[in-house]
Design a protein around this ligand. Structure first.
Ligand code: BEZ
Length: 159
């Protein structure tokens, strides 16, 4: 089942790079008492994610934060070292780069995607959500391969 507006984000531990080292970070640490924009990509360093999706949030980070957002988080079913390197490559200093290495968080949300036909395994669908104090307030899952309703500009319009 897919997570819906009004649902709580599941309790889960993810990973992020802190000062060059992988660190656990819990969903409570990320979401509790905060307004968070979380966007998910099928893969770090893939063309659409690198050329469009991530840069949109990087260039608009200040404007998003000015709209009352505490954290902009980017998640993918990739390992923590890859997510850290991808964030560094794009100067994503104001973003929290989250690794869902085993896909547990993505599966718990019901937002996994089978890319085995492309030798990419099981990844995340492309989506963005606004989460307030751990509750999903908006959810925009891309219906196809493009980057539209989950783009930074689309999320800014509903913030
Ligand atoms: C992309 O360009 O973002 C992409 C390409 C292949 C698989 C997943 C994503």
């Amino acid at each position: 089942m897919t997570i819906n507006v009004g649902d709580k984000i599941p309790t889960m531990t993810l990973k992020t790079m802190v000062a060059g080292k992988p660190k656990d970070i819990t969903s409570e640490e990320i979401f509790s008492g905060k307004r968070v924009v979380l966007f998910a990509v099928p893969g770090a360093f893939t063309p659409g994610c690198s050329m469009t999706h991530l840069p949109g949030y990087v260039v608009n980070a200040d404007k998003i934060i000015a709209k009352g957002v505490d954290t902009i988080a980017c998640i993918a079913v990739n390992d923590v070292f890859v997510m850290g390197a991808w964030g560094e490559a794009h100067n994503a200093d104001h973003l929290l780069m989250l690794a869902d290495g085993n896909g547990d968080f993505t599966r718990a949300l019901g937002l996994e995607m089978d890319l085995t036909a492309h030798a990419l395994g099981f990844r995340s669908q492309r989506y963005a959500m606004i989460v307030e104090n751990g509750t999903v307030r908006t959810l925009s899952v891309e219906p196809g391969p493009g980057i539209s309703i989950s783009a930074a500009e689309s999320i800014m319009a509903v913030l």
